[in-house]
Design a protein around this ligand. Structure first.
Ligand code: NAD
Ligand code: TYD
Length: 336
């Protein structure tokens, strides 16, 4: 049993990871989260009374606050999810991305070193590698060439983790994963946005020609990958995780409409995202060979289960879509 500080555990992937560890291991979890628009303690309502779970509200970029959290909780491991995570928001304003993703990561690295943390697992993204043409895959040796303010801030954080390994001899592992989908994803990202809009008979805004390709992975497969990287990864190494499920956006949107029984007349082509990466595809052979990891969900079964989850949890996404989300939606899609 270890004491694990999970940052961003109230967000989409972090909450799935916290639940997986509470129900499937004997680790003690301290969930550290600032509860931004994307953080929601409702995501963990079913496990919040677990005796191995503690929630702490805090901002990872606040060095004095983090000093207190590390001194009080003395974690043995850190698994770092907390981030500003949405490309479109980073196009509107990148400030919070630099603050949380770059400075926040450095604050956590400094506190981890000062308090003798045994391993720091940094959760990163395939987007740091940039964009692919029609062929090829990202490997761990692909040069870092991020294109958006979001991916550039994540690349900045990856490089600070690399520096902590090489300069300070810290034991860090970096995971880079492709696009996740599944329960509790905030409905600003493609799949939950399209499911929620379709269920409410709203238009489905497809950027550009709809032919951009993402490699989709179910969040449970990503969480399993982070867990095995935490347990068995080699210090200083990077591990790619992908779902072997490359799909064009338009295919995904049409599949969602079919699953919810709505017509394709809801699709609306809108102005493309500036700097829109064309294609992502992951080579996960290193994780398969060295960590024994393999994704369990196919895209078809995972998407069906996800649509069912959003159908059964309408109250959850209706609540998160009210308030501040409305203002963002108007700013992002109002003029397109
Ligand atoms: P999310 O936006 O759903 O959750 C982010 C969480 O971080 C929220 O709970 C938020 O409150 C918290 N947070 C934000 N700023 C904070 C701060 N300053 N201090 C403390 N907490 C803060 O994001 P997600 O989709 O769950 O992504 C989690 C991580 O996984 C991110 O690092 C992201 O870059 C990475 N990732 C995401 C995907 C994906 O498809 N969603 C793919 C690969 C990697
Ligand atoms: P997104 O879920 O924002 O993830 P990322 O940009 O990090 O890959 O978007 C996935 C793809 O869907 C991306 O190619 C942009 C596209 N997209 C749309 O076409 N319409 C939308 O409203 C959104 C949010 C995304």
């Amino acid at each position: 049993m270890s004491k694990i500080l999970v940052t961003g555990g109230a967000g989409f992937i972090g909450s799935n990871f916290v639940r997986m560890l509470l129900l499937g291991s004997d680790h003690e979890i301290v969930n550290l989260d600032a509860l931004t628009y994307a953080g929601n303690l409702e995501n963990l309502a079913d496990v919040q009374d677990n005796s191995r779970y503690t929630f702490v509200r805090g901002d990872i970029a606040d060095a004095a606050g983090m000093q207190q959290v590390f001194a009080q909780h003395r974690p043995e491991l850190v698994v770092h999810f907390a981030a500003e995570s949405h490309v479109d928001r980073s196009v509107l304003d990148a400030t919070a991305f630099v603050r949380t993703n770059v400075i926040g990561t450095q604050v956590l690295l400094d506190q981890s070193r000062a308090h003798g943390v045994q391993r720091f697992v940094h959760v990163s993204t395939d987007e740091v590698y940039g964009s692919l043409g029609a062929w090829g895959y990202f490997t761990e040796d692909t040069p870092i060439q991020p294109n958006s303010p979001y991916s550039s801030s994540k690349a900045g954080s990856d490089l600070m983790v690399r520096a902590a390994v090489h300069t300070h001899g810290m034991d860090c592992v970096i995971t880079r994963c492709s696009n996740n989908y599944g329960p509790y994803q905030f409905p600003e990202k493609l799949i939950p946005l399209m499911i929620a809009n379709a269920l409410e008979d709203k238009q489905l805004p497809v950027y550009g020609d709809g032919k951009n390709v993402r490699d989709w992975i179910h969040v449970a497969d990503h969480c399993e990958g982070i867990k095995v990287a935490m347990e068995r990864g080699a210090a200083g190494e990077v591990y790619n995780f992908g779902g072997d499920a490359e799909r064009e956006n338009l295919f995904v949107v049409k599949e969602i409409l079919r699953l919810v029984g709505k017509g394709e007349d809801l699709i609306r082509y809108v102005t493309d995202r500036p700097g829109h990466d064309r294609r992502y595809a992951m080579d996960s052979s290193k994780a398969r060979a060295t960590l024994g990891w393999t994704p369990r969900h196919t895209f078809e079964s995972g998407l069906r289960a996800t649509v069912d989850w959003y159908l059964q949890n309408k109250a959850w996404w209706e609540r998160v879509r009210s308030g501040a989300y409305q203002a963002y939606y108007e700013q992002q899609y109002g003029g397109r």
